[in-house]
Design a protein around this ligand. Structure first.
Ligand SMILES: O=P(O)(O)OC[C@H]1O[C@@H](O)[C@@H](O)[C@@H](O)[C@@H]1O
Length: 398
């Protein structure tokens, strides 16, 4: 597909956000298959996927004992599931967990290792090549993706476990359906401590957040609409205060880029503090705040673009000694630095009794916010021409 004559590749949308667009008729996004519908299904996705994984014969994985390493192979959202596994397994995990985002597997992978190949469509060349390479090298293989896909055929040929995850929405809106089988495979290997109650509580939290973020709840009571409008027109800077919150921050970056088409800076505070926090002193930070014309019309097109910090704050679980204590001072310090420069900051605290639920508490509302922000600009969050054109371009070159 080439660029259309209007030079915008068929993109419609408005540079200026308008809150009225998210308070009006959202039937297109709520209908089955729509973006808000897909996000509202996060809890059911998680439960369904847990049941599918339980029936997929993953117990066979454990027969050969603990692996030397686990490689989670895939791209985009599929790759995020590897980051989630690493954070849920935690810093004391005895086995390295590596996300692999390019075709094939690293050169050292062999019979002592486990490869988890993930692809929502079941046809990303990266995941397929990883599954093939894993089988060739005699590594234990688990494949996760769409039923009746190339990935399933490959897993069957390799006599590997396959978890068939129904494809009801684009990959990025199927995060929970893809993540749970990855976690359950790692549980079989003794690498994560995830009990049924953790899965049930996480699903319940996703249900509750979907209810709070529902389209007919207006911005006063809807945290996702509020967050979307806070970010509207800004350059969002999303920082997580712990490795877990860092994964949620990067996920928000993925969603803001694909759904809302906003440029985002995201990362983990431990690293950010060594360089990126310098953004606060720059053109879009304190210089923009200090040079605001207080008499200018706030609706004015020429208003300066500003940073807006989203601080994902994870203070850890009380009594959890499974890793280093989260450094809460860092979160306080960055909030303070921002406040002193007039840079606005939204703080999202992690809640919940296990790491999966805490992660969900940092992902659910921002996921919805990314869709509301797209809709406020009149953008279709489901249709991302640049992504489709990239895929087409790459298919043409292979
Ligand atoms: O999970 P699969 O189907 O392999 O797709 C992997 C990735 O492909 C990209 O082009 C995007 O569409 C992402 O949203 C998606 O996560």
């Amino acid at each position: 597909m080439g660029l259309e004559d209007d030079g915008l590749a068929g993109i419609t949308g408005d540079r200026l956000p308008d809150e009225r667009r998210i308070e009006g008729d959202l039937s297109e996004s709520i209908r089955p298959g729509g973006a808000l519908w897909a996000l509202a299904s996060a809890g059911p996705q998680l439960r369904e996927s847990a049941a599918l994984a339980a029936d997929a014969g993953l117990t066979a994985l454990a027969e050969e004992g603990r692996p030397r390493a686990v490689v989670v192979a895939g791209v985009g959202t599929a790759a995020r599931t590897g980051d989630i596994l690493a954070t849920v397994a935690g810093p004391r995990c005895p086995v390295p967990i590596l996300g692999h985002r390019s075709a094939g597997v690293p050169g050292w992978v062999g019979a002592a290792d486990v490869v988890i190949a993930v692809s929502a469509s079941g046809r990303s060349p990266e995941a397929l090549a990883a599954a093939e390479a894993a089988a060739r090298r005699g590594a234990r293989l688990v494949a996760i993706g769409a039923p009746d896909s190339e990935l399933q055929a490959l897993a069957e040929r390799a006599r590997a476990s396959f978890v068939a995850v129904p494809r009801r929405a684009p990959a990025r809106l199927s995060l929970w359906a893809l993540t749970v089988p990855v976690l359950m495979a790692a549980r079989e290997l003794g690498l994560v401590n995830l009990v049924e109650a953790d899965i049930a509580e996480t699903a319940r939290r996703l249900d509750e957040d979907a209810e709070r973020c529902r389209p007919d709840a207006d911005a006063y009571v809807n945290p996702a609409k509020e967050l979307a409008m806070n970010l509207a027109g800004s350059i969002p800077v999303v920082w997580g205060s712990s490795p877990l919150a860092g994964v949620a921050a990067r996920r928000f970056g993925d969603m803001l880029a694909a759904n809302s088409r906003y440029p985002v800076v995201s990362g983990e505070l431990g690293e950010v503090g060594r360089g990126r926090v310098g953004l606060l002193d720059g053109v879009f930070g304190s210089l923009a705040e200090g040079q605001t014309d207080i008499f200018a019309d706030p609706e004015d097109d020429d208003q300066l673009t500003r940073l807006r910090i989203v601080l994902m704050r994870d203070d850890g679980l009380d009594g959890d000694d499974s890793g280093p204590k989260p450094d809460v001072r860092r979160a306080d310090a960055v909030a303070d630095l921002a406040a002193r420069r007039g840079v606005r900051c939204d703080v999202l605290p992690a809640e919940g009794g296990c790491s999966l639920e805490r992660l969900a508490s940092l992902i659910a509302v921002p996921d919805f916010a990314s869709v509301y922000l797209a809709l406020a600009h009149g953008l279709d969050p489901m249709r991302v021409p640049a992504v489709s054109e990239m895929k087409d371009a790459m298919l043409g070159s292979e």
